[in-house]
Design a protein around this ligand. Sequence first.
Ligand code: PLP
Length: 399
Amino acid sequence: MMRWVYLDNNATTPLLPEVLEAMRPYFGEHFGNASSIHHHGQETRAAVERARESVSALLGCRASEVVFTSGGTEADNLAIFGLARPGDHVISSTVEHHAVLNACKHLAKDRDKYPGTPGCEVTFVPVDGRGLVDPADVKRALRPNTKLITIMLANNETGVVQPVAEIAKIAAEADIYFHTDAVQAAGKIPIAVSEIGCDLLTISGHKLHGPQGVGALYVRKRTRLEPMVYGGSHERSRRAGTENVPGIVGLGKAAELAVTGFERGDDHAGQKMAAARDHLERELLDIEATGLNGEGAPRVPNTTNIYFDGIEGEALVIALDLKGLAVSTGAACSSGAIEPSHVLTAMGLRPERARASIRFSLGKQNTREDVDFALGLIPETVGRLRELSPVWSKNAVST
Ligand code: PLP
């Protein structure tokens, strides 16, 4: 029987069995609309509020500051469009996920040409070769009309962790809002919104072994956020629409398990994962003409992004998939695109090297044997692809 090993947990993580069990009754006997006042509604309302408590425990905030959404993308959009108004200036970075990047680009569209767009100004601050934003650049980008800074906590392609607490301080001093996309950090490293000092923070269920299609936005008390969707007064009028009860219950359970993992410091927590990731990374970097993207920067414990000069990343992903190993060239939504990663090119990689880069991302289900399985396949596959590559022969001749 073919063995399958999944090292693409930044694209999505498998549901933990406990999460599935917690969700199951809400597809069956507990079917009520959480807004109904009868027994059935009360049952699901209680489940939603328990999940809200669990998410607030994960983030270190009040339950009333948690707004459930349909995922990370919606939470990012709600933070940005909920705050930015025509004429405002927003600061973001060049390495954001498309959920933030494209929301900001939409903000910045010319109002005359695109009626209905907010017509804001947006500054995208650069990153250095390690993938890090310099807080001094953020400070320099401030203008009298700056309303919001939105800079991610951990990057989905490289795992690089930004100096968000320093950036939050700059925002607080300027009396403007700070939002951070923590989708790739939640469940991997402990998060406390008070330590970061952010006003808004995004998480997504399916990146922490919860279900797809559910997420949450932390909105600090007294933040004047306009809803994006109008309807009923769900989620304290910040996000209309009948709650996705099974999804919310699953996100709550995933949050609870993440908190337990951090508290116990057990094998679910970062250390063991970091050890497995580091082992994988060390062995892969022993292959000639490889390098680590994000070297020298703090990173979440599950991710490594490595370039293999002379290969096409897509070809390596396909070759490994045929042998049972799932990895990726970067953001899931841009896989298959010819364009090299905007994150890696922003870090200064030339396009060929960005295209030769592969992201390996571990999850709680991965074992040391999974890493060994990957290590049994990758060096040989890279060697074979290089033999077939005219680019690699040229490199070999010229060096
Ligand atoms: N932000 C980051 C950093 C992500 O990695 C992702 C998903 O890949 C998202 C936002 C979007 O989250 P969702 O898939 O829940 O819409």
